[in-house]
Design a protein around this ligand. Sequence first.
Ligand code: ADP
Ligand code: MG
Length: 763
Amino acid sequence: MFATETRKSRVGAEILPAHGLAYVPNAAQFMMGAVLDLSTEVKYVKGVGPRIAEWLEQKNIFTVEDLLYYLPFRYEDRLNPRGIGELKAGEMATVIAEVRNSAVFRTKRMPIFEIVCGQGTSTLKCMWFNGAFLRDRFKPGQLVALYGKVEPAWKGRGLQIIQPQFEILDSGQSELESEEINPAEIESLEVGRIVPIYESAANQKLTSRWFRRVVHGALKNIKADIADGMPPSLCQRLDLIDRRRAFELVHFPEAGEAFTELSEQRTPAHRRLIFEELFFLEVGLELKRRRLRQRVGITFELNDKVRAAIKKILPFHPTNAQKRVLGEIAEDMRHPAPMRRLLQGDVGSGKTIVALQAAVIAIENGYQTAFMAPTEILATQHYLSARRILEPAGYRVVLLTGSQEEDRKRSNRRHIAQGNAHLVIGTHALIQEKVDFHKLGLVIVDEQHRFGVMQRFKLMRKGEAEPDTLVMTATPIPRTLALTLYGDLDTSVLDELPPGRTPITTKKVSDEKADDVWDFVHKQVKAGRQAYVVYPVIEGAKDDQPEIEFSAVPATSKGGLKAAMQMHEQLSLKVFPHLRVGLLHGRLDPEEKERTMRRFQQGEIDVLVSTTVIEVGVDVANASVMVVEHAERFGLSQLHQLRGRIGRGAAKSYCILMTGGKVSPEGEERLKTMVKTQDGFEIAERDLELRGPGEFFGTKQAGMPGLRVANILRDRKLLELAKVEAHAIVEHANPDITSQDYERIMLHLRQHWQRRYGLVEVG
Ligand code: ADP
Ligand code: MG
């Protein structure tokens, strides 16, 4: 196990000069050079050790395998570095040159650090704003690699790179270095090749260069036959390269590799690792799906009487999409296996009525329906509209909220337990935890854009048939993605808006123009309309907690945000003294909330100042103006949801996105998207692009596994392929798969996916 290499005797106290941490060697150090396995703890990798291993934990790197999955996010072509003379303004370029001189300039606004570097007689200027701290890092004569956008120089002729990423290539550089690698080898890692660039870690203490060396060392000492769960016949058919080789090549590409393929992570090595990851995800989901199909559910009857009952409750003609989707749901309900259906429909597409029709099928069959909403406000609203629609037909609807008086709660619970209540509406938590149903047949979950889809609803009692489940979401997920990701859900799409909607005009303005905006709101109200004005926080300064977590932008700078309470005061006293201005936020007591909502609904409030509590599902057709302050702080799907509150009636509607203060480039991008399109599908795709899938799906709450190499948007094709192959394997429909192959797959799943995500319960 312990490879004996005399070179290893040089282990001494390694000092980390920049941070003054003494690195005392211990027994682990002497294991360096041992043959590593994928499951070996990372601290045994040459150059790591226990202290750094702790830092690496922040990046979820615990084992050698985790380290190998820490892929470079880009590569630099230092095989054919560019001559300064051939650079063109506007391009991204890597330049290797010698430092000639450096200086710090103090301008009025900030110190600027500048170096001039050269190749022969050509020179290039580089500068870093607020870069005084770099002063001691660059010394004349050093060789540096610089990467950045080439621009014409501000003054005089020539070119410059502003804020380039850089790496000092002289081996004398004092950063965390593994002394165990001989200098000639280091040289070959840094220049004369395509060089991997890693995200630094531990507050820059672990640099890209550090990762490069340590990963290189790990790859050299890893054993030849690492574990591989992929069936050989599949790899052969799909042209997937060897796993160990793939790890080597993604980190240290060979000279011939096409640079664009590398940059886009499309090399055979990337493809192999990405496919593998998606394949096991899909096998896990397929297994789950199969188990669900084997469960016993309820067989609802759909006879003429039921059909008539469904029709009777309709207050309007359903759209064709609504009819089609109801058909899909009804078909599931007639089937004995438990329904698992995801109903996707953009805001305002009319999901609620379809859900209520499904409830009628259950009720007519003698079963109860539970309707779970994400917030109390929304539950209350669903309750009011469900009563309006269902009570005339003789169905009894009950609302359960945490804030109801004990007496009322108790009697509600009794009605539910005895079966007197046909439809029970409440928040997720409430219904899931505390309610005992007489005979529950259908669970409707209004998720809107939050993805709790994979969570299991523990509403069943022992020995009972499993109720059908309908999950509604307003985030249009690309269909193929939905099908693959929500593995255990079938999907229906409401892709048609009810008639009579008018398009919404969306404008982005700075809050310096607030007076004009308020003028406009005033005019709209005078014309008989109502308006929302939304703020990111409830109370200012001392209490700058967003009401609902910002999905896209963490509240980095606290303070300086306009808040609902203060602005309510200002708007009602100063700006709109003659209008009726209401206030709604999550911290009001529930009665107050309900009263305010009802008054707005009935037109007794002209302008409703609110937080994002109204983002989900609130439905007031006469409201035609949505003003969002600090719009730059909201995520795309939040903005889309907010805008979805208007444009519900016949009047022309306006969405005004007001920005306050600095807007980040991504913020600009989001606002631009909002102005450009109203198509929820397009917005979702853009959101997915801007935020990446992990954020988009809210990994933690959704149980959506954090993928390490795959990107479900970029790798959609591979995802589909993985799904097909996984399906064949789980259904035992791939004749090339031996029983050993199958066992290896299951073993890999058990060891990896189950531990990491708790997603897959294998066999
Ligand atoms: P969402 O899908 O966002 O939950 P809702 O179910 O709240 O949408 O419906 C939005 C509005 O459209 C509601 O006021 C609803 O009554 C109305 N609506 C739904 N379907 C139709 C239809 N087929 N014709 C006319 N109005 C409809
Ligand atoms: Mg809704």
